[in-house]
Design a binder for this molecule. Structure first.
Ligand code: ZN
Length: 198
């Protein structure tokens, strides 16, 4: 295969959720069928890399190290924190309109098998928020698998008990191991509404 085309396919194939076949289709489309779209993609990617930074408070998506739109919205109940794995999960919950508190993006889950410890995740920022007395409630919106379970227990001990924060976990109408970011709006709404004390 052509070298330039092969590297383009390889770059696409490394993206989450992208298989080899889809990578080839996307590469073909951008390189031949829609070169204008390819130029727009390059421009948007460049701009995103230049300005996007994690929000210093919730570790969600923000710009130039400023607070994100949610953390700067005083009409929200910012002391209620919905804890999610990824910014994609946060976006899915926002889209459902079922949450008017703030968020914290952990950046993954604790996993002894994959050697992911609390130090590899965004716990320090969460602990600092708790220490400053900014958090009254945490709602765990982590996936329903062993790693999600381990992470919930860690938060219960290391954050909730330590700082006297009430803790609940969303109910799940999802099969075990499902990711919140892929759930539909109705499922997310009912998962939040049926949260239980953890
Ligand atoms: Zn934020």
């Amino acid at each position: 295969m052509n070298k330039a085309f092969e590297s383009l396919c390889a770059s696409f194939a490394r993206l989450p959720g992208m298989g080899r076949k889809s990578a080839e289709r996307a590469a073909l489309h951008l390189a031949f069928a829609d070169r204008k779209q390819a130029e727009i993609l390059i421009e948007n990617l460049r701009r995103a890399l230049d300005v996007l930074t994690p929000c210093p408070k919730c570790c969600g998506i923000s710009e130039n190290n400023a607070l994100c739109e949610i953390c700067s919205d005083s009409s929200r109940n910012l002391s209620s924190v919905c804890l999610v794995e990824t910014a994609a999960d946060m976006a899915a919950i926002e889209k459902s309109g079922a949450w008017r508190g703030s968020y914290h993006v952990l950046g993954g889950k604790i996993s002894p098998i994959k050697n992911i410890t609390p130090n590899d995740l965004n716990f320090k920022v969460l602990e600092e928020r708790a220490q400053r007395g900014e958090i009254s409630e945490i709602v765990l919106a982590l996936s329903n698998d062993m790693e999600g379970e381990a992470t919930c227990h860690y938060i219960s001990k290391a954050i909730a008990e330590k700082f006297g924060i009430s803790l609940s976990r969303i109910g799940f109408g999802l099969p075990n191991g499902s990711q919140l970011g892929f759930a539909d709006t109705g499922t997310i709404k009912s998962a939040l509404a049926s949260r239980k004390v953890f």
